[in-house]
Design a protein around this ligand. Structure first.
Ligand code: SAM
Length: 176
């Protein structure tokens, strides 16, 4: 695993329709090496689901809702971090990931239905995971995989209560 610290900022979440996708943004980030998610809406249901998974499956993933997204971005930059906004209108991922990898702290912003135009100016990098429309989950997954170059597959999750014993057939788990 490289040393890049990644946090996710999820903007535009609508509690009445985005709960499943936002939860999956967090779980994808957690599984692939991010350290936590800021959610720019109040939604305790999402926070609880994500923290329940983190408690059982280990690691130190944080999930914080009701975050003011402009303040979050400002504070992140003030702490020396860079901001990556995933958008199909940005620079294609393979053309910029080498430069991005040199930043130790990255805040990765993903939207929902409509992202305010202001976001494009606030980001240090607007990054496209192809120039085709798809989703915040797939774009985050591919971004993290390119960032960590596959090392996320051997990541450890300290404090886990359960782990999977990989097998060709059947479901094998181990309580720890
Ligand atoms: N139509 C919306 C807009 O233009 O603001 C985006 C809707 S999309 C369902 C939700 C999020 O998925 C986007 O905000 C972006 O973060 C991510 N996304 C979708 N396709 C992408 C792509 N090709 N590259 C990078 N991110 C993408």
């Amino acid at each position: 695993m490289t040393g890049n610290e990644v946090a996710i900022l999820r903007i535009g979440h609508r509690p009445e329709r985005d709960q499943r996708v936002t939860t999956h943004v967090a779980l994808t980030g957690r599984a692939l090496g991010a350290s936590g998610m800021f959610l720019a809406t109040s939604d305790k249901g999402v926070v609880q689901s994500v923290l329940d998974v983190a408690d059982r499956w280990g690691g130190n993933f944080f999930c914080e809702d009701n975050v003011r997204w402009r303040t979050c971005i400002r504070d992140w930059k003030a702490g020396g971090g860079k901001v990556v906004h995933l958008t199909m209108y940005g620079i294609n991922l393979p053309d910029i990931i080498g430069e991005i990898r040199s930043s130790e702290k990255l805040l990765v912003v993903v939207g929902a239905e409509k992202v305010p135009g202001e976001m494009y100016g606030l980001a240090d990098y607007n990054v496209a995971v192809t120039g085709q429309p798809h989703s915040e989950i797939s774009s985050l997954a591919l971004f993290l995989d390119h960032l960590y170059e596959g090392s996320e597959f051997s990541r450890e999750f300290p404090g886990a209560k359960i782990r999977i014993v990989p097998s060709q057939a059947g479901k094998h788990t181990e309580e720890l």
